[in-house]
Write a protein that binds this ligand. Sequence first.
Ligand code: MN
Length: 196
Amino acid sequence: MEELVKLDYEYNALEPYIDEATMRIHHSKHHQAYVDKYNAAVKGTALEGLGVEEVLKSLNNVPDNVKHAVINNGGGVWNHNLFWKLLKKDTAMPEELKKAIEDSFGSFEKFKEEFTNASLTQFGSGWAWLVKDGNQLKVVKTSNQDTPISQGLKPILALDVWEHAYYLKYQNRRPEYVENFFNVVNWDEVLRLFKE
Ligand code: MN
């Protein structure tokens, strides 16, 4: 069973890049709905006592009759738990992280270009990710609420590109949302996850 996590900041903390109304609805309605549906799916099963992360890392152990609900709603729970932690205004890029990004992509600009491209080419709902795969950093994208942790990857940066994440402010302008996302990345948290 999972609970809706509390945010470390107010709904208006990311203005003007991510607006207060979007944050409120995204967290209190969309994220809450994933929590509720996930809990309903695992209730009464052997998964009930496990954390959602453990469940998502071992989808082979999830009974077929709830697998679809667990992937969609458990993924929705876990992905958003991570996403909220990755948002903060005015953090600087730590030297150690910059070096790791340059080692894997050649330059920060190249990484940003690849991450932006993944965000814009994800057709329909999904996520763009920066993940650790062994010692390498890679950009990947997933559909719906599929999560890289189910593929043995460790996400250290995530961008929600579902329309519910940006439509109130940006409507069809996903590129503007993605560009502005780079103003609210919590690079300290990215580094912490990278070193974890
Ligand atoms: Mn979302």
